[in-house]
Write a protein that binds this ligand. Structure first.
Ligand code: NAD
Length: 504
């Protein structure tokens, strides 16, 4: 059966017509490994037609801070599939990460990185590991929303969305189904980030229930990462948010002994991009010794994506056989294991010579036996009832006594609002804070309705009007407070939708 990840019927589909692919040769070792990869694709009879695009260092240096020209956007928009070699981001301020720009502008929400050991041909302590990391690609701390709010405090917003979680988690389960994987592990830190990571975990549990045939479990990211590096064999598919996924996927590639050999896919509903996980390796550029395997594996994922699974298997099996036969580039060459230290193009020749052969000891590739298409349904928004029950007012104040600011705020006649508490870096410092708590110039002051029952153990909030907030801000301003920002406190369907202060 053929697998296609194509989700939009307007995309180029599986026909005899050549599939046009936007190809970026990249910088540093990029052109060398891309030439090797394209030669293999051609020799294997891949039904594709490359259309070259210009991105990267030269485009940056020509004054284009995004590193990509308008013509390249047009070609990507036409073709929807990108095969990309690594690029060099010039040092210095003002250059935006092209990878982040491409992923986010084109809605490539899933980063999929399969990594398996090639023991004994590539050195690893984990000969049987075979892990796929499915990383959310657009949200989380990578939203890039940062502000300096006071002299001493800078904030980065962590944005986790329900549609984002639903899409990536469903993708992970559908991937597991398509590739006959048995288990999906979710990694979060919801013991601390109860709302953001809590949402990811909650949605994981909801969606996992729809796939009873696939084992699921959840781990806290710190212990999860530790166990993964000690016992990768216990893991199959891992799904996680952007930052954790970034870290986890590098750990997985490193312990497999093959950072230079793994490819990754960035999957979107309309556009998808395939690349090696390593960078442009300027230290060895031009020496013709780079290992093209990362990009070859990316190209194999690309062929599976566009439905050319037979060709994908043919290349993967020839590549495995070349590794088995001891044809190794310098980065993986090992006396006694390797037979020949190859240049980049000699390695490509070794793969081409083995097209049609299968590995003898390593597990053969069988993408053609995959199980169907990955289609992620449109997100359906369920309306919830939202009520405003308070406001957190953040104040820049360089004093150090919580009592002083607390008492001053208590004296502000705040239009039927009362001060519930003050925190500093999330820890409650007023009323009844501890004198040991270090306080910065960044004070979060929580106001709720004067009728809220906050004195009892489980507070009962009362609905307020936004006009009260506006009035409060005006009063604070006229009393000389430097308000940095506010965060409204809401209940959704009657449930508190904001975190408590630590120690509250
Ligand atoms: P790198 O991955 O380019 O290199 C790290 C080390 O690994 C180097 O010693 C290099 O020689 C070696 N190496 C990497 N790929 C190899 C290969 N295929 N064969 C043999 N050896 C290989 O990381 P870096 O040095 O931190 O970054 C260099 C440049 O690459 C930077 O400008 C960075 O921004 C860029 N980069 C681009 C991408 C991308 O385009 N996707 C990703 C990471 C880094």
């Amino acid at each position: 059966m053929e697998i296609s990840f194509l989700q939009d019927s307007s995309l180029q589909t599986i026909t005899n017509k050549k599939v046009k692919v936007a190809v970026a040769k990249g910088d540093g070792i990029g052109p060398e490994i891309m030439d090797a990869t394209l030669r293999i694709l051609e020799a294997a009879g891949a039904n594709i037609e490359p259309e070259f695009i210009e991105i990267g260092e030269q485009v940056y240096l020509s004054g284009n801070t995004s590193g990509i020209k308008a013509e390249a956007w047009e070609i990507i928009d036409r073709n929807k599939v990108i095969l990309k070699a690594p690029i060099t981001t010039p040092q210095g301020k003002g250059y935006k990460s092209l990878n982040v720009t491409l992923r986010k502008s084109l809605g490539m929400y899933a980063n999929v990185r399969p990594v398996n050991a090639l023991h004994p041909y590539v050195q690893t302590n984990f000969p049987n590991m075979d892990v796929v990391v499915v990383r959310e690609n657009e949200e989380d701390l990578y939203a890039g929303i940062e502000h300096q709010q006071t002299q001493d405090v800078i904030q980065c917003l962590k944005l986790i969305t329900r549609p984002g979680c639903e899409r990536i988690i469903r993708y992970a389960f559908e991937y597991a189904k398509a590739y006959g994987r048995k288990k999906v592990t979710c990694m979060v830190k919801d013991n601390i980030m109860k709302l953001t990571d809590g949402l990811f975990h909650k949605i994981f549990v909801e969606i996992a229930a729809e796939y009873p045939e696939i084992v699921n479990n959840t781990q806290i990211i710190d212990i999860g990462a530790a166990r993964l590096s000690a016992n990768p064999i216990d893991y199959d598919v891992i799904v996680t948010s952007n930052l954790y996924g970034d870290i986890i996927s590098d750990i997985v590639a490193e312990i497999a002994g093959s950072v230079g050999m793994a490819g990754s896919a960035n999957i979107g509903a309309n556009v998808s991009m395939f690349e090696a996980i390593h960078g442009s390796a300027p230290d060895i550029a031009g020496q013709k010794i780079a290992n093209p395997s990362g990009l070859i594996n990316a190209a194999i994922s690309m062929l599976a994506h566009i439905g050319q699974t037979d060709t994908a298997d043919k290349i993967k099996n020839a590549w495995l056989r070349a590794i088995e036969d001891g044809y190794h580039t310098a980065d993986i060459y090992k006396e006694g294991v390797s037979v020949k230290k190859t240049s980049t193009s000699e390695f490509a020749d070794a793969v081409i010579d083995r097209l049609g052969l299968s590995p003898e000891t390593l597990k053969s590739s069988n993408l053609s036996k995959g199980g169907g298409q990955i289609r992620i349904p449109e997100y359906i928004r369920r309306d919830e009832h939202k009520e405003l029950v308070g406001v957190d007012v953040f104040i820049d104040w360089k004093g150090s006594s919580p009592e002083e600011i607390g008492n001053a705020l208590n004296r502000v006649n705040a239009f039927n609002l009362k001060l519930k508490m003050i925190t500093n870096r999330g820890v409650k410092v007023f009323p009844n804070g501890l004198k040991e708590t270090y306080c910065t110039d960044h004070w979060r002051c929580r106001f709720v309705s004067i009728d809220a029952e906050i004195e009892i153990g489980k507070p009962v909030y009362k609905v307020i009007e936004y006009e009260q907030v506006v009035e409060l801000l005006s009063k604070l301003y006229h009393s000389g407070f430097d308000v940095i920002k506010t965060e409204n406190l809401y209940e959704f369907n009657g449930k508190r939708a904001f975190s408590l202060g630590q120690g509250e």
